[in-house]
Design a protein around this ligand. Structure first.
Ligand code: AMP
Length: 220
């Protein structure tokens, strides 16, 4: 198997969870650009400062920085058998770059889109409440605590994460629609995109994903 698996779908669709499950099952590394950029942003260097500025404003980091980060990471030894991409590509130039990298590495690209209605997603993100003491996660729509604002497990106060506030959610979802949705169309046109429903349990979504990856591996 020499497969690049791209997970696509808006924030809150469950890409991170699915990436972890896929990576474990198929023994592939996860290349998660958001996580990698957060590490870069911690460094006290000109690049670190630039990345931090982008990330804090909720905007996408520039393509030239992404090119450097992704080219370096995917040329490492552990990416030889393929890898799971989470959060990349997000723009047209990034898509082109990935085509070049894949061709050079001899990897096939399989894109899996997690399909989920925005309304549901909004409830998933905006309804999320986290316990300030033990970190337990609730959702006021789907999994409410017994007493509003109070953790069932430890009695701690529940709060809303800053990136789960209404404005930030709308910005993230509209950024996705504007910049990333055209890529979904591009992959669909080139016949490499498969869809799974993101509405089931993580295990149900994962089962559908595994089928796609196994079929892709057999057909190449
Ligand atoms: P994520 O954890 O994937 O939601 O990414 C967090 C933040 O990192 C995003 O809001 C962007 O600022 C930045 N980022 C991650 N991946 C990319 C990418 N492929 N292109 C541009 N910016 C990115």
């Amino acid at each position: 198997m020499a497969e690049i698996i791209i997970l696509m779908g808006p924030q809150g669709a469950g890409k991170g969870t699915q990436a972890q499950m896929l990576a474990e099952k198929f023994s592939l590394p996860i290349v998660a650009t958001g996580e990698m950029l957060r590490e870069v942003a911690k460094s006290d260097s000109p690049l670190g400062h630039r990345v931090k500025e982008f990330q804090e404003s909720g905007n996408l980091v520039s393509d030239d920085i992404l090119a450097e980060v992704i080219s370096h990471r995917t040329s490492q030894e552990d990416c030889k058998r393929g890898y799971v991409l989470d959060g990349f590509p997000r723009t047209a130039p990034q898509t082109e770059l990935l085509e070049q990298i894949a061709a050079k590495q001899g990897h096939n690209i399989t894109v899996i889109k997690i399909k989920i209605p925005h309304e549901f997603l909004y409830k998933r993100l905006a309804g999320r409440r986290t316990c300030s003491l033990c970190g337990h996660i609730y959702n006021i729509y789907f999994k409410p605590s017994k007493q509003e604002g109070v953790c069932d497990v430890c009695g701690g106060e529940l709060f809303t994460r800053s990136d789960d506030k209404e404005d930030a959610i709308r910005r993230r979802l509209s950024e996705y629609t504007k910049k990333t949705k055209p890529l979904v169309q591009y992959y669909a046109q080139t016949g490499r995109m498969k869809e799974v429903s993101g509405l089931g349990t993580p295990e149900e979504v994962f089962a559908a994903m595994c089928k796609i990856v196994e079929q892709a591996a057999q057909s190449h």
